[in-house]
Design a protein around this ligand. Structure first.
Ligand SMILES: [Zn+2]
Length: 131
């Protein structure tokens, strides 16, 4: 299925680009709003393995990943990073599916190989900025 993975492609093309993720790891665009307006996380994706951020992700078609494996990976990430603290089982499930569908929606909107960027809830192809 189509997912978003971290990429160094086009890193540095925009002022303020950052990438501390592992190349090719699954990323989520569903990052809660941050109170620090100068922080770059509103422009970032978080790696589900490294828990670090990147401003560039690429749409990839990974045949070994299905919705079940993706949601399990999201669940592991959320548990490991403490995002389930204080949440009921129902709210944990809602949060897992929020991330899972955000990844699937973003990947589905773009063709394979498209480098995407993010500004809060908006995810767009980086190439479109250069046109
Ligand atoms: Zn932040």
């Amino acid at each position: 299925m189509k997912v978003l993975v971290a990429t160094h492609i086009t890193q540095g093309d925009d002022i303020g680009d950052y990438c501390a993720t592992v190349e090719g790891e699954l990323v989520t665009p569903a990052i809660p709003p941050c109170p620090d307006r100068l922080c770059g996380c509103a422009r970032g994706f978080t790696g589900l393995g490294s828990s670090h951020g990147t401003t560039t992700a690429i749409v990839a078609d990974l045949a070994h990943i299905d919705e079940h494996l993706l949601s399990n990976t999201v669940s592991d990430f959320l548990r490991r990073t403490g995002r389930f603290a204080g949440l009921s089982a129902r709210d944990q499930y809602t949060l897992i599916m929020h991330h899972t569908y955000a990844i699937m929606r973003a990947a589905e909107k773009h063709s394979i190989g498209t480098v995407v960027c993010r500004t809060e809830a908006l995810i767009f192809a980086r190439e479109s900025l250069a046109a």
